[in-house]
Design a protein around this ligand. Sequence first.
Ligand code: SF4
Length: 383
Amino acid sequence: MTPEETFSKYVEDSYTTFQTVKEWKQASGRPAVGYFPVYFPSELAHAMGFLPVGLLGASGKIPLDRATAHTQSFVCSISRSVFQLVLQGNLDAMEAIVFSNICDVARNLSGITQRNVQRTRIEYLHLPINNTSQTAVPYLRSEYERLANTLFEVGGVRLDTEKLRESVELYNRKRALEAELGMLRGSRPWALSYSSYYSTLRAGTLMPIESYLPLLERFVEEAKQVEGKAMDKIRVVVLGTFCEQPPLGILKAMEDAGCYIVQDEGLVGERWLGRIPLPQGKDPLTALAEGYVSNPNVLTVRYHPGLDKQQRILEKAREQKAEGVVFLTPKFCEPALYDYVIGKSALDKEKIPYLHIEYEESASSFEHARTMVETFAESILFD
Ligand code: SF4
């Protein structure tokens, strides 16, 4: 199997069955922990013997009837499809599932999931709200310790500092390779289709990192060798896809309609930490907490008054020589819509063209989106 075929196999499996997780558990005798986006300290779970598994929704592959009976009609699709997977027993392979305080929906999802499962341990990670406070790092470190205690109760393995150090280095390597792939898409987007790039990142939330890294290394090397030349398309930055994942069809439709997606927020929580510096003698749990609190990059669901979101959106567009920005936001996602309002006023001031499209992960018809993008691309190309 090529790396690409392996990545696709894992992604397909994660929509419903999680057979790959069951097989890993059977072979290793170790537990798995599912996590709801956007950000989760996978290093910590890995160091304690768990397989961290990203729960990114069912992408329209299952009916949401049971989840819909428990939730309001105005909540986003990812929350309902993850909950439906829980209710159907598809996530029974996870010994624990972790949610965090990214938004009101995720907060409540944690509670109703807890009420509706018996065997799975549900944990809620309280990420700091005020990231400029001097107590934010010690606070988050104590939250990570609390999470480690839960994982110990579930898996029976205590957190070991040396193991955590090794895990942080493994995930540093993963993020560095994913960043390299992202830069390749920015500089030579014709060399790597967006769907291949995306499947690669998504597989990274599912595969054991020891199996993922060698395949990722090979995939990056192969992508670097691809030749070709740019087509007559506009370069766009896509914002808003940080939690609920857009159907691949809408991204393909955008590319077919004349766009190169040169930067995006898909699975951004996986890549966002960048490199966690670990000098000799540094406590790795504190380093992990500092990585979250002090990160100089904007993350929609992390409030940081020291970071200027408008400035960052403009920088992103300039760095990528983007000719336009597409706000691709999940239906009913408040954090994405707040950022849209902030972003569009910055783009208006700088006269950078932008387009707003809403999606649901289960959508299967993209003609309307394609027409909107075609018109947008033509208005830029023939301006
Ligand atoms: S898609 Fe938006 S509203 Fe839904 S859980 Fe994610 S951040 Fe919250």
